[in-house]
Design a protein around this ligand. Structure first.
Ligand code: F6P
Length: 365
């Protein structure tokens, strides 16, 4: 057993349902052991700026069902911290470490996605060795864990939206394009698309052929199915676009990403109207997918990961992410997962299911 009296906890990156359940999951078992919990506000920003709040029994009760995060969040990185004046960024790692020490913390819990894990690993290597992380994000793209909390809720919200679009699509004999989030991976689109009975699902992992999308929609018309649902993941792109992007630098790609995904559904809708001859509408779900109360599954997952993190801390097992692999809760060393992303691979069961159900992924084979 490690000698743990006081720990810090922060939530960083885009918020998602289940963050408060995870905070509670970490805090409750530790409070039982007399450990004091310090909430660090607005992610790593609060660590650099020394903004905290005490998380006693009162603050951590009633949290389970609440969406968002009571601690606040941000995408700030200690190692590339925006300057308050004059623009640009500075390395504020030393401030983060100094505040950790000033607060007399014995461990730090960082809850977040890929970016958060990078920042946590940076601190782990540069002055805060007692770090444990938890994987959250609606995108489900954190490497090293089978699932992240937030995903089930995001997927359920998107699925409900698709269900609702079905009825209006059917009444008007229209094609509905549904833009879902997911950053550069297709987990949300694939999950919600299959659950909602989409006819076409376009994801970043498999660049699509517009001819194949058009073909799939014409085939539905031919079968007298007079409406269609096309789910478009935020990072999806055509084969032509994929070829163009091949040799681009990261910075150039980022700029292109935003412009391309903004226009994608509009371009697709125009092409579908022209070539399939079906009236087409676009729905962008956006941040709705991240808002509100977590599903029961996410509450359970976040609570369990939280309690696993509490155990890891008491055991003095640091530099690890609490994760789920094959239904087991495990500790994954940060060095094994940082800088990697979990993509949908060809052999993923979701791909097979989509294929077997006749859902087009817009692929040219
Ligand atoms: O990581 C979660 C996520 O919602 C992604 O799906 C999306 O790309 C991104 O965050 C949006 O970020 P922001 O809320 O900063 O616009």
């Amino acid at each position: 057993m490690a000698d743990i009296r006081r720990i810090g906890i922060l939530t960083s990156g885009g918020d998602c349902p289940g963050l408060n359940a995870a905070i509670r999951g970490v805090a409750k078992p530790l409070q039982e052991k007399g450990v004091q919990i310090i909430g660090i506000q607005d992610g790593f920003r609060g660590l650099v700026e020394n903004r905290t709040m005490e998380l006693g029994a009162r603050e951590t009760s009633g949290l389970l069902v609440e969406g968002g995060t009571i601690l606040g969040t941000s995408r700030y990185k200690p190692q590339k911290y925006p300057n308050s004046q004059g623009g640009g960024k500075s390395d504020r790692t030393r401030d983060a470490v100094a505040n950790y020490e000033r607060l007399h913390l014995d461990a730090l819990v960082c809850i977040g996605g890929g970016g958060t894990h990078k920042n946590a690993y940076h601190l782990y290597q540069n002055g805060i060795p007692n770090i444990v992380t938890l994987p959250k994000t609606i995108d489900n793209d954190v490497f090293g864990t089978d699932v992240t909390f937030g995903y089930d809720t995001g997927m359920s919200i998107a699925c409900e939206a698709i269900d609702r679009l079905h009825t209006t699509a059917s009444s008007h004999h229209r094609c509905m394009l549904v833009d879902v989030m997911g950053h550069n991976t297709g987990w949300l689109a694939m999950g919600a698309g299959i659950a909602g009975g989409a006819d076409v699902i376009l994801i970043p992992e498999f660049p699509f052929s517009i001819d194949k999308v058009v073909e799939a929609l014409i085939e539905r018309e031919r079968k007298n199915k007079r409406f269609s649902i096309v789910v478009v993941a935020e990072g999806a792109h055509s084969m032509e676009e994929a070829a163009l992007r091949k040799d681009m630098e990261r910075k150039e790609l980022k700029a292109r990403d935003a412009a391309y995904s903004d226009g994608l559904s509009h371009d697709l809708a125009r092409i579908i109207e022209e070539r399939v001859g079906i009236e087409t509408r676009i729905t962008t779900l956006g941040h709705l997918q991240r808002g509100g109360t977590p599903t029961a599954r996410d509450r359970v997952l976040a609570s369990r990961l939280g309690t696993v993190a509490a155990d890891l801390i008491m055991e003095g097992h640091f530099g690890v992410m609490a994760a789920v692999r094959c239904n087991e809760f495990v500790a994954v060393p940060l060095e094994e997962m940082v800088g990697k992303k979990k993509y949908i691979s060809e052999d993923n069961g979701l791909v097979e299911t989509a294929n077997r159900l006749g859902v087009s992924l817009g692929r040219a084979f």
